[in-house]
Design a protein around this ligand. Structure first.
Ligand code: B12
Length: 410
């Protein structure tokens, strides 16, 4: 069936005049209660996902890549995701819209639940659109639009049409009010999220320091070492220590200046889909070294929002990168894959000089024992008492991850 191409403006989107220039970036450090109008030229950010009990992710994977190719930043939540998980993530990431790919039925109710939860969370300005081949009939789509869905794409729609829709509907520079710092605590996820967006566009408002002391741990390492899975396992242990403990994760993925990004760490996280975990994904937007130029202001802000622990995860780094300074984090963890090459390679990884803890993850793989022994010798040369831990993050209740958690939380 041919897709309907008529485009209509999204609900509640405030549009600005074409050609309006953003004001020069500035930092607001007082605790004013008034709001300041501001135009943000940040890239379009979308969240995409596949509903619960649905594993058809092939279409959305293709669509994600097309969005990225056109400069859109996509936070991909993965498949088998509940409406609550989707809305929580969309609010935390402060996206313009949610794209849902649904094949296994129940779409009328599922999309409506997402919209209801958004409204409940004062996030009704986040648009909802999607598709699902022939499983969503034109009659269903009409009903879904009545319930607030912006657009449904049918089988055969060219990818270019979807990109055009997103750019037209969600692409206008966002004119928003830099949110006032609320006086009541704790701040809601929506409030934190809006403050982070302001910080990202160079307009931070710094809330007064929360009463609790926030510990900040930086986790880095090459791509494929299993950093995200390890963080998710640490989150599981963290949530189990105290029923009120709150965790924030600042996660980075690479992107080039002016290009899109696939921010996909959430898709591999299970335990971190929890109301006590706040995750924000940042694209590096051309900055080398593993972090983004917005990391510092965002971290500054998170430290003041009453979290017990903030974990900063870098993009996969190379030999020369040293992403964290002492002023940024309290502790650094370097995660390595056992297959780093020859012993000589260890001399070239500068993070081995400075990491407080080095982790050999995937230590069930062949060669992991040798790797641990070589790294131990390498660390001994530093005479700094650095710790070495072997983990298998993908194994539930792994003793190595337990040991790492004890080192990280103390
Ligand atoms: C490929 C496929 C699979 C693959 C999935 C691989 C994967 N990782 O995605 C496999 C073989 C694993 C599979 C398994 C199953 N499948 Co299947 N599958 C399909 C199939 C053939 C194609 C779906 C697809 O990917 N199309 C390619 C995309 C690119 O094109 P499209 O669907 O036309 O979508 C367009 C638009 O809708 C739009 N779009 C889609 N999503 C989104 C999202 C956004 C944000 C936007 C903007 C646009 C958009 O983009 C596309 C571009 O034109 C469909 C049949 C069909 N022809 O639709 C059945 C189908 C969806 N499957 C079906 C079923 C029943 C199953 C199983 C339950 C079978 C079983 N008994 O085990 C399992 C369930 C798996 C699970 N865990 O959920 C049924 C669902 C029936 C229903 N809803 O009542 C279908 C309809 C087949 C049928 N006629 O019976 N399936």
């Amino acid at each position: 069936m041919k897709a309907k191409t008529a485009l209509r403006p999204a609900r509640n989107l405030t549009r600005s005049k074409a050609g309006t220039n953003p004001p020069a970036a500035s930092r607001i450090t007082n605790h004013e209660s008034r709001t300041t109008p501001h135009v943000s030229r940040l890239p379009i950010r979308l969240l995409t996902a596949v509903p619960i009990c649905d594993g058809h992710d092939s279409a959305i994977n293709t669509i994600n890549l097309e969005f990225i190719r056109h400069g859109i930043e996509v936070i991909y939540l993965g498949y088998h995701r509940s409406a609550r998980d989707i809305v929580r993530a969309a609010v935390q990431e402060d996206v313009r819209a949610i794209g849902i790919s649904s094949y296994n039925g129940g779409h009328v109710e599922f999309f409506a639940e997402v919209i209801d939860l958004l409204k409940e969370g004062s996030a009704g300005d986040i648009g909802v659109f999607g598709g699902g081949g022939g499983t969503i009939t034109p009659a269903d789509a009409r009903l879904m639009k009545k319930k607030g869905v912006d657009q449904i794409f049918f089988a055969g729609t060219p990818l270019a049409e979807m990109v055009e829709f997103v750019k037209k509907t969600y692409g206008q520079p966002r004119r928003f009010s830099v949110p006032a710092v609320p006086k009541t605590r704790p701040l809601s996820a929506r409030q934190i999220s809006k403050l982070l967006t302001a910080a990202e566009s160079g307009r931070s408002r710094i809330p007064p320091q929360a009463s609790r002391v926030t510990r900040v741990v930086g986790i880095t390492g090459p791509g494929g070492a299993g950093k995200t899975t390890l963080i998710d396992e640490l989150a599981l242990r963290f949530l189990g220590t105290d029923a009120k403990a709150r965790l924030a994760i600042l996660s980075h993925d690479p992107s080039l200046v002016g290009r899109g990004a696939l921010l996909g760490d959430r898709a591999t996280m299970i335990y971190s889909q929890d109301d006590r975990v706040f995750i924000r994904s940042l694209a590096t937007r051309g900055r080398a070294g593993g972090l983004s130029s917005a990391t510092e202001p965002c971290l500054d802000l998170l430290k003041r929002c009453g979290f017990d622990l903030v974990v900063v995860e870098t993009v996969g780094i190379g030999q020369e990168a040293m992403p964290f300074g002492r002023e940024l984090v309290d502790q650094t963890v370097l995660v390595l894959h056992p297959d780093y090459g020859s012993r000589l390679q260890l001399q070239k990884i500068v993070m081995l000089e400075v990491a407080d803890i080095t982790v050999v993850n995937k230590s069930d793989l062949a060669g992991a024992k040798t790797a641990a022994a070589e790294i131990e010798q390498r660390l001994a040369l530093n005479h700094r008492g650095q710790r070495l831990v072997s983990t298998v993050a993908r194994r539930h209740r792994d003793a190595g991850v337990d040991e790492l958690f004890q080192l990280v939380k103390s």
